[in-house]
Design a protein around this ligand. Structure first.
Ligand code: ARG
Length: 378
């Protein structure tokens, strides 16, 4: 545990809050067909006038979280938004309890490999510093290079400053502990093996592939975004779905600034890496994607592929159009990083100019309790 300055959680001004609440409650009642909008509006208006804030009902929170997913401009898997399960944990804010509930989240979301989309919404005054619950450490290797996931270099350094000790024999896939911040203190919690479900990669046609010792964890749980519903902020609201194979095989393991594995894969496949025109990079990339799909399937773990997900996304767009709703999108995130022009999304246009709420948002740096600090978190 280490000292950080006291929490400051700025609440939006009452007037703004009331405007946001009104908009959301209208949407909630219109979309769910629930009666009683007028009564509910009066009630919330009174509550805000009296307390400067208000409380969402459990049903409102559930629908709000689902809408935040539906509105995520960068997510190509949004077709499943109505399937998001919501755990209402607004009564939980103590770090030990938050950690216990995060373990339960990992267990429930994993669901024996039949991964279920899930969000856990915690109470105020607590947040998770890790950007995902499961992250691999990055270490300088002493000769100017790195071992592990370079994307997590800052997180690793921060956790080490907070007191985390890497294993005696650091490896490329060391799972970082969770750092939970509350009341100015940072608490570290190591995850146990039973919480970290991983898939080891093999290729159906190249036995040499398995010797590369590549693997990835099965559950992406985004844990540093704020859920905003009806003007209320939930800064600790980790959510998870299942992976899309390109995230792992075309980015995490392939990016030169991440695991940079294409040269090793090419070597295992016996490709001619001396000439760019042999297209060894493209072939290695493709086979790495084949291996990831094959291995998840063989392990019985749910994973999407980029062709199916693109088709589902187009169907989602059509459904939204029928419901008279605009779909916001960020093209560069929606197209797959593998064979992008084979997807219908390549040929479509998207815009992201409206500030649609409910939403998942980056918490502004100034809102971070520890950033109001003059002293660093140690
Ligand atoms: N791209 C991120 C990763 O590779 C995960 C983002 C969320 N993805 C998802 N399928 N829900 O870890």
């Amino acid at each position: 545990m280490s000292q950080a300055p006291a929490l400051v959680w700025p609440q939006p001004a009452a007037e703004f809050l009331w405007a946001e609440a009104r908009t959301f409650l209208r949407t909630f009642h219109a979309e769910t067909g629930r009666p009683g909008l007028r009564v509910r509006l009066r009630q919330v208006q009174k509550e805000i006038a009296l307390n400067g804030t208000y409380r969402l009902s459990c049903e409102e929170l559930i629908h709000g979280a689902q809408l935040a997913w539906r509105n995520s401009a960068r997510c190509v898997g949004r077709a499943y938004w109505p399937a998001l399960r919501v755990r209402d944990l607004r009564h939980v804010s103590a770090p030990d309890e938050v950690f216990a509930e995060l373990r339960t989240h990992l267990h429930l979301a994993w669901n024996g490999g039949q991964i279920k989309p899930l969000i856990s919404v915690f109470g105020p005054g607590v947040r998770i510093i890790n950007d995902q619950l499961i992250r691999y450490a990055a270490y300088p290797d002493g000769s100017g290079g790195w071992q592990g996931d370079l994307q997590n270099a800052d997180l690793t350094a921060r956790l080490r400053r907070s007191g985390w000790e890497p294993p005696a024999q650091p490896g490329p896939f060391d799972v970082l502990p969770l750092a939970i911040e509350a009341a100015g203190n940072v608490h570290l919690y190591p995850l146990g093996l039973q919480e970290i479900q991983e898939v080891h990669f093999q290729h159906p046609a190249y036995p040499a592939f398995a010797a590369l010792n590549l693997k990835w964890h099965a559950l992406p749980v985004i844990s540093d975004l704020r859920l905003e519903v009806g003007g209320l902020h939930f800064d600790c609201a980790p959510f998870s779905g299942w992976y899309l194979q390109t995230e792992i095989a075309a980015r995490n393991l392939a990016d030169a600034q991440r695991y940079d594995q294409l040269p090793r894969v090419a070597q295992a496949l016996g490709l001619d890496t001396r000439r760019e025109r042999s297209l060894w990079r493209d072939r290695a990339l493709l086979e790495l994607n084949v291996a990831v799909l094959h291995s998840f399937d063989a392990a019985g773990v749910k994973l999407a592929d980029h062709h199916s997900v693109s088709r589902h996304f187009v169907r989602f767009e059509q459904k939204e159009a029928r419901a008279n709703r605009a779909v916001q999108g960020r093209w560069s995130w929606l197209i797959a990083p593998l064979s992008p022009a084979t997807s219908p999304i390549w040929h479509r246009q998207y815009s992201e100019d409206a500030q649609v709420r409910p939403a998942f948002l980056k918490v502004p740096v100034l809102d971070h309790p520890s950033s109001a600090a003059t002293c660093p978190v140690h």
